[in-house]
Ligand binder design. Structure first.
Ligand code: 3EB
Length: 356
């Protein structure tokens, strides 16, 4: 792979790391905080932020922040409007390359990319370009292992010349990974692909110096082995990535839906999809933890995001999650379109697993 031209890459954080690290710190951790919290941050606190992801509502001052900020045009469904603050235990360095704004700390790189919509460019071509840029960056910067990718697409369920935008997205992503010689049962990151009210493709991602472990779900056919009827190239993602670093185990859970085998279960039944999805989430958790972690026991270490296609399912989702999760597990509720038309909801998460 050729190094991108005009690469600017500084990693001053490597030095800081040695003096600051503790064996019990993960090099990246997620806090879900009200957006107003960002206004009160000192510059010392800001220096350890890898990135912030907000949903429709970040304060204007976030535009001046030193760290990468992504504001996703999506509506909160809950009164509690939380944003994602990705933090490092020690100061980070910042950079920009081919439209990717990033922060890194010697162990992980957090990046955000917005690829403006272009009428003349097919979705698959734009996606391919975005993924090539990301793969080039992580290769040159030395954070070669993709941990987690979040993808937000305009009009995800619209069809053009027989292919849905989501299927076109899968084509471009597959091509980029295949050209980079990714092994589909070993190297694929966890991911989400959600429809949002954006003009272009919005991506944020985490990459690491060391590889994680790819986790699959025994109740589901691996997405990269889905049969052809779901699209000419299968979705290139794993069900979760398990990271073990800094003496901590973290599970990056992909968008998880009401799919068993490769088929959607309970179409048009949000309650059924919620139950099936939560079984899938617990199953992936079992795979990663050898059945030692339970959703209802995890507490603040379990941060989830749920996307609902229809607002009308919010109160049902809120109630079902309250019955299933530990009361201290924070959840972000968003309106978003799911990649299959018959899916009404999807749940993803970042979970710190208890030490075994
Ligand atoms: C599924 O299991 C539901 O294409 O990156 C979930 C998470 C889904 C990620 C992706 C798609 C993606 O197939 C859809």
């Amino acid at each position: 792979m050729n190094a991108p031209a005009r690469m600017r890459y500084f990693d001053a954080s490597l030095g800081a790391r040695k003096s600051r690290s503790s064996v019990f710190d993960a090099p990246v951790y997620l806090s879900l905080l009200p957006a107003e919290t960002l206004d009160g941050m000192t510059s010392t606190e800001q220096a350890t932020v890898l990135g912030v992801v907000g949903f429709g509502d970040l304060p204007e001052s976030a535009g001046d922040a030193p760290y990468p900020v992504l504001t996703l045009p999506m509506s909160h469904l809950d009164d509690q409007k939380l944003c994602e603050v990705w933090q490092s235990p020690w100061p980070v360095s910042h950079g920009e390359n081919q439209g990717i704004r990033y922060a890194c700390n010697g162990e992980v790189l957090f990046g955000v990319l917005y690829l403006r919509g272009n009428e003349r460019e097919a979705v698959e071509t734009g996606t391919y370009r975005a993924y090539r840029r990301i793969l080039d960056l992580i290769h040159v910067a030395g954070y070669k292992h993709l941990v987690r990718m979040w993808n937000y697409l305009p009009r995800i369920n619209d069809e053009y010349l027989g292919l849905e935008n989501y299927q076109r997205f899968c084509l471009g992503r597959h091509q980029a990974f295949a050209e980079a010689d990714y092994l589909f049962d070993r190297d694929l990151p966890a991911a989400s692909a959600i429809g949002a009210g954006t003009d272009g493709l919005l991506i944020y991602f985490i990459a690491a110096r060391v590889p994680g472990r790819q986790i699959e779900n025994p109740r589901q056919v691996s997405a990269y082995r889905y049969p052809l009827r779901y699209g000419p190239r299968s979705p290139s993602f794993s069900r979760a990535t398990l990271m073990e670093f800094g003496g901590v185990r973290q599970l990056y859970l992909s968008g998880t839906a009401s799919i068993v085998g490769h088929e959607t279960l309970h179409p048009e039944d949000a309650a059924g999809q919620l139950v099936e999805t939560l079984i899938n989430v617990q199953t992936v958790l079992d795979e990663a933890s050898h059945a030692r972690a339970r959703l209802d026991e995890l507490g603040p270490d379990c941060t989830l995001k749920i996307y609902l296609r229809h607002r009308k399912h919010f109160s049902l989702a809120k109630k079902t999650l309250a019955e299933t999760l530990h009361p201290l597990s924070p959840v972000i509720f968003l309106q978003g379109d799911i990649c299959r038309r018959d899916l009404l909801l999807e749940i993803e998460g970042v979970i710190r697993l208890p030490c075994s």
